[in-house]
Design a protein around this ligand. Sequence first.
Ligand SMILES: [Cu+2]
Length: 172
Amino acid sequence: MHERAINIFEPRKLSIIVALTAGLQMFGWVPPLQAHEGHAREAEEHFSAGEPGDPKKPFRIVEITMRESDGTMSYQPKALVVKRGEQIKFVVTNAGVLVHEFVLASTADNLKHAALMKKYPDMEHDDPNGKTVPPRAKAEMLWRFTRAGTFEFSCLIPGHREAGMTGTVTVK
Ligand SMILES: [Cu+2]
């Protein structure tokens, strides 16, 4: 009866599995391992908006609220001015009913990241520059703005940025 046992390494069966995997990928499915590698690579990326803060140094607290209303999604406040070198502790509250994110970067990096999230919509963030915040929850993020320029915070869950979830940080 041994020859009747299913052997997935048999070349013909293996090619069926490969074809099936390719088919699922066409519909946006990704093998779990690949998704993991993508996230690890992302964690090694540089930070465009400065660097993670040092809790032993002084910081200013800025509270940000995320919510939905009448088909729009927003941050309040949606604009912030900081001095170069200043540390900000963001206290981000999700007052909505959907999961939202607060990802701080340059617009170019956030747009790249948003494109990646269209492929991996369930990606969650607990990074030095980005947090996923469930409804009615709060997250904190300490950040040091070491570069002058205009940066942004955005929610990269597909559709949310388009619905209004962006805000700016001007570093002077
Ligand atoms: Cu959102």
